[in-house]
Design a protein around this ligand. Structure first.
Ligand code: DP6
Length: 333
């Protein structure tokens, strides 16, 4: 009654922002992402009559109460499916440095879902796992399938899940994360989603998204970095315009964020094909092809306000691993 799973975080190229159903985490729109090779969570779940309550640990620390409750609620869903009433011990670890501000609920809930289902011998399809992970955290739905992933919004819980567009070998892309703040965010994305629709631009966004998704899928199919990168960037700016104009407004950027954005535009003018994207935080994700990695690294390592650099390639989705191999989970620079 014990299993260990590893799941990657993912970076969204088309963002999930706003929900049609908060409880079921049904998104207002479809989204597209890539799994990240160097930002993963490894989670071991053990159900046993020895436990009188769920015991949840992240790294060496006990989790904050609100987060532990969210994890416990998710375990409850999985127990119900397996018709099992045993409590569990959950030990979870991120392979990226703790204080990066990359608090990944995507990798966390994908690994938790797979490990808990595995420990209870539930035989679930990729689709069922993606649906279940989604109810824990929306973006976790996209960390289940391999490589480049699309999460179709769907109308009901049963048709809102992610699938792989291409596996991790399809395109040698990079997401070079520049960590500009090591603090956790003050407003969670769950809270932020709730007010998305109050932005005057939200309806326009939803109206234009199907066309944008069609275009980015085309660029992805052709591995056309220019068209792809331009859409990725526009999408990130749009996400933050929505955030800044929702009520109450949300400002996730810091001064380093804007500085890096300016730098990227400058470097691109000088001929380097590099683009940026951002999630619900101040860290900037630089998107480029693998052949540009060295040049980009040379440029960013000199930026005084960059506290950490995490270089990611596309990778597989969530999978069950041996408990022993959790220690081989390298930490990156
Ligand atoms: C800006 O998946 O963290 O990163 O479903 O409430 O857990 P919950 O939200 P979450 O939202 C992610 C928002 C985003 C965009 C994205 O990853 O698509």
């Amino acid at each position: 009654m014990k299993a260990t799973a590893k799941a990657p975080a993912n970076i969204a190229f088309i963002k999930y922002w706003g929900k049609n159903d908060e409880e079921l985490r049904l998104p207002a729109n479809s989204s597209i992402s890539m799994n990240l090779s160097n930002a993963a969570t490894i989670t071991t779940v053990e159900f046993s009559p020895r436990y009188s309550a769920d015991e949840i640990r992240l790294g060496n620390q006990k989790m904050r109460q609100s987060e532990a409750t969210r994890v416990s609620k998710h375990l409850e869903r999985i127990r119900k499916l397996a018709k099992n009433k045993l409590f569990a011990k959950v030990v979870s670890q991120n392979n990226f440095p703790q204080k990066t501000g990359i608090a990944s609920s995507a990798s966390g809930f994908a690994a938790l879902t797979l490990a808990a289902a595995g420990a209870l011998n539930l035989e679930l399809s990729e689709k069922e796992l993606s649906i279940l992970a989604r109810i824990g955290s929306g973006s976790a739905a996209r960390s289940i399938p391999d490589g480049f992933v699309e999460w179709k919004a769907g109308k009901t819980s049963g048709d809102s899940y992610a699938h792989s567009l291409y596996n991790e070998k399809f395109w040698d892309l990079r997401d070079i994360i520049l960590v500009t703040s090591e603090e956790g965010k003050k407003v969670s994305s769950t809270k932020g989603h709730e007010n998305a629709a109050s932005s005057v631009f939200f309806k326009t966004r939803l109206k234009n998204l199907p066309d944008k998704i069609r275009k980015i899928k085309n660029a992805l199919r052709k591995k056309d970095i220019k068209s792809f990168g331009e859409i990725v960037e526009q999408e990130a700016i749009e996400l933050h315009v929505i955030m800044m104009t929702q009520n109450p407004p949300l400002f996730y950027w810091n001064s380093a964020t804007i500085d890096i954005i300016r730098q990227v535009l400058q470097w691109r003018e000088e001929g380097l094909p590099i683009y940026f994207t951002l999630d619900a935080g101040p860290n900037v994700h630089l998107i480029c092809e693998g052949k540009e990695e060295k040049e980009v690294f040379k440029k960013v390592k000199g930026l005084s306000y960059v506290k950490n650099i995490i270089i990611n390639s596309p990778t597989k989705g969530a999978r069950i691993i041996d408990e022993e191999s959790r220690n081989n989970n390298e930490t990156i620079r």
